[in-house]
Design a protein around this ligand. Structure first.
Ligand SMILES: O=P(O)(O)OC[C@H]1O[C@H](O[C@H]2O[C@H](CO)[C@@H](O)[C@H](O)[C@H]2O)[C@H](O)[C@@H](O)[C@@H]1O
Length: 279
């Protein structure tokens, strides 16, 4: 399907949200890295752009029975909560769907802390998954040994090979070895932008989004993402929903924007329109 123009797709989506407003909330869900936050070399330094953060605050102010806001990310939930600066009431989906939580209070509401208060659903690995994660992490550590720029990020249910700082040749070599390692160990391999993630819990952003939609009774769903893993979310949404790809590359999304600045503009336009439509 050819990509629709952004303005007409947003207008159509807002009209669907308005029409269904008495039946359930609209779900506005977005990825974090590469969408709210520009990609960079140091994942711990990622922050949303000022414009994106401001748009999220406006969306989160709408009554929950009309609109729910969610961040759906590959990040560990705690890390996502700390980096995303999301407003209170934002639902957090971390580790590609393995973790769930909600921001109870963001630091702007409580000057005594710089960290958000997060309510989180219990999340534990069974012993077999813990053992598998140890094997995955050890295997990746061996793969990056003596490879300049390649390093391993540790998460509660996955380990991630990062190659953004490696040469192209090294990146290709270690990525191929990482994929083979994950497959040999029977883990779940996901390739993303300069990363190969090996998870010990099988999840996808698509499954997580469908579960959230059902739980909230959401009438229509908006989802914006930039990476291969976001295609699983685009694929589960329907004709009345709105899917947005950020950046280049093949996509199943209906609409494309160029970068994080355009993504923030789109969120601000959505906030403008939904503030009126759902009032
Ligand atoms: O689902 P997302 O919110 O997009 O998270 C996906 C991965 O994001 C992080 O890696 C990406 O961002 C880094 C910081 O800009 C960048 O250095 C890296 O190349 C990107 O792939 C994160 O480190 C991963 O754990 C997430 O799975």
């Amino acid at each position: 399907m050819s990509l629709e123009s952004v303005q007409s797709a947003v207008a159509r989506f807002v009209e669907q949200a308005r029409a269904g407003a008495d039946e359930g909330p609209v779900l506005i869900a977005t990825d974090f890295d590469g969408v709210l936050a520009p990609l960079g070399d140091d994942p711990s330094a990622s922050r949303p752009t000022v414009a994106a953060a401001a748009a999220l605050v406006r969306l989160a102010r709408l009554p929950h029975e009309r609109l729910r806001l969610a961040l759906v990310s590959g990040r560990h939930l705690e890390t996502l909560a700390q980096l995303a600066l999301a407003p209170s009431g934002t639902i957090l989906v971390g580790s590609h769907g393995a973790e769930r939580g909600e921001i109870r209070q963001d630091p702007s509401e409580d000057s005594s802390t710089r960290l958000p208060d997060v309510e989180r659903a219990p999340f534990d690995l069974v012993p077999e998954q813990e053992a598998l994660l140890r094997d995955v992490t050890t295997g990746l550590d061996e793969i990056v040994e003596n490879v300049d720029g390649a390093w391993v990020e540790r998460k509660p249910s996955a380990a991630v090979l990062h190659t953004r700082l490696s040469t192209e040749t090294d990146a290709e070599t270690v990525s191929t070895r990482a994929v083979a390692l994950g497959e040999r160990l029977g883990a779940h391999v996901m390739s993303g932008k300069n990363v190969v993630e090996i998870a010990v819990v099988e999840t996808s952003k698509g499954e997580a989004l469908l579960a959230l939609r059902e739980e909230l009774g959401a009438t229509v769903v908006f989802y914006m993402g930039d990476d291969v893993t976001d295609e699983r979310a685009f694929a589960v949404l329907g004709a009345d929903d709105l899917t947005v790809k950020v950046g280049s590359g093949e996509t199943a999304a209906l609409v494309r924007v160029a970068d994080t600045d355009e993504a923030a503009d789109l969120l601000a336009d959505l906030a403008d329109a939904l503030e009126h439509a759902l009032a």
